[in-house]
Every structure is written in C-alpha cells, then in structure tokens.
Design a binder for this molecule. Structure first.
Ligand code: GTP
Length: 209
C-alpha cells in the first residue's frame, strides 16, 4: 500500500450537465452512462497505469471527487467550494464544447482556485462532448489558448465515444505534474533544512569561541 502522500486528489469542477459524472465513470470503469442522479457527489478511488512515464510503467493512485448538484459557480456555497479547493491537489475544470457559457464559467472557477491555492494549483481545462462537433460553440483554439495563457493543461475529449483511453489523459498528466511538484518541494525543503542546520552549527561555534 502506498503512503498517503502518494495519493493524488483530483476534483472535477464545472457547471452542471456538461459531463462531470460521465467523465469520471468512463475513466474509472470504461463505461458511458446516459443518466445519473444530479444531486449525488462521490469520491472514486482509482489506480491508473501510466505506461509512458520514463520508460517503465508506473501506477498513479488517485481519489477523484465528482462535485454535483449546483447550478453555477456563483450559486455554489462558498464554504463548500472552499472545501473542495482545500481538499484537492489538482483540478479538472470541465466545460462542454457545445456550451459557451460553460467555458466562461470554468474561467471564473479557475480564478477562484488560483486565489485560494497560494502554492499554485495543477489545473486541466477539459472540453467535453467533442463528439458533438456540429453543435460546437467553443473553438478548439479558444480552449487551448486560454489554457496556455494561464499555465494549465488542455484537452478536448468525448466521454461518450472515447475508446482510445484519452479521457484518462488529463488525470495521468495531472498526477505526473503533482508528483513532480512534490518532488521539487521536497528537495527545496530538504535544502532549506540542511542550510539552517549549517547556520545553527556556525552560530554555536561562534558562541563557544
Ligand atoms: N454526446 C455526449 N453526451 C455526453 C457526454 N458526456 C456526458 N454527456 C451527457 O450529458 C448529460 C450530462 O452528463 P453528466 O455527467 O450528468 O453531467 P454533470 O456535469 O455531472 O452534471 P451534474 O451532475 O448535474 O453537475 C448526460 O445526458 C450525459 O449522458 C459526451 O461526451 N458526449
């Protein structure tokens, strides 16, 4: 069993009806389901094999929170939203390419997350329902440009038709990013504590001279 700090917590946020539950169900079970209870909120525990991570395959253990049952980020209880943001290491902000409002909505959500997560959040901007191109309201370039501009990962997916496993990619990439950040942070903290140990020794030496 892995240590608790190896588990990556990912919250899926976004306005309703754009496929948060469909995405998480597809990712963890490989199945697409048409109808869900919109008021349910779940945490799914999942392990995902990452075969491209540095040659040998690695497993990412994650908890995925499917948030549900609110009508917009403005309506979402701010305490509840703060709770989600505090809980998560990384975020999937999900909009539908067929719904321009949903794209605007996730931009407000990103701003709230960035404001709250002082240490920097790992965020994937994900456009769902890519199978419905005839109903497209958000251009591929618009999603990509927005994500690039704000240092986020970006994807277009279809939870319905995906059969290549690409719905899993945002989760794998977020896990890689969070693990790399933790590694860098660990090295920085170790460096800082050995530097302060050295400083303490020098001061002690000076005092005893
Ligand atoms: N065509 C198509 N339909 C999708 C896709 N993903 C989800 N849907 C449909 O969109 C509707 C809403 O999906 P949900 O997964 O319930 O959306 P949600 O964001 O979880 O909604 P709330 O739980 O109300 O917040 C359902 O009818 C899904 O079947 C997709 O990639 N393509």
């Amino acid at each position: 069993m892995s240590a608790k700090h190896d588990i990556i917590r990912i919250a899926i946020l976004g306005p309703p009806g754009n496929g948060k539950t469909a995405l998480v169900v597809k990712t963890v079970s490989g199945r697409f389901i048409w109808n869900y209870d919109p008021t349910l909120e779940f945490i799914y525990k999942h392990a995902m094999v990452d075969s491209e991570s540095g040659g040998e395959s690695k497993t990412h253990e994650m908890e995925i929170l499917d948030t549900a049952g609110y009508t917009s980020s403005v309506d979402m209880d701010s305490v509840q939203r703060e709770g989600y943001i505090k809980w998560a290491d990384a975020f999937v902000l999900l909009y539908s390419i067929t719904n321009l409002n949903s794209f605007e909505e996730i931009q407000s959500l990103r701003a709230v997350i960035v404001e709250s997560k002082k240490l920097g959040a790992s965020i994937a901007i994900v456009g769902n329902k890519a199978d419905l191109t005839h109903l497209r309201q958000v251009k591929y370039e618009a999603g990509k440009e927005y994500a690039d501009e704000h240092g986020c990962l970006s994807y277009e997916i279809s939870s319905r038709t995906d059969c290549q496993g690409s719905v899993a990619q945002p989760f794998i990439d977020l896990c890689r990013e969070v693990k790399a950040k933790r590694l860098r942070e660990g090295v920085r903290l170790r460096r800082r504590s050995s530097a302060s140990r050295l400083l303490r020794k020098l001061i002690q030496k000076k005092l005893t001279m």
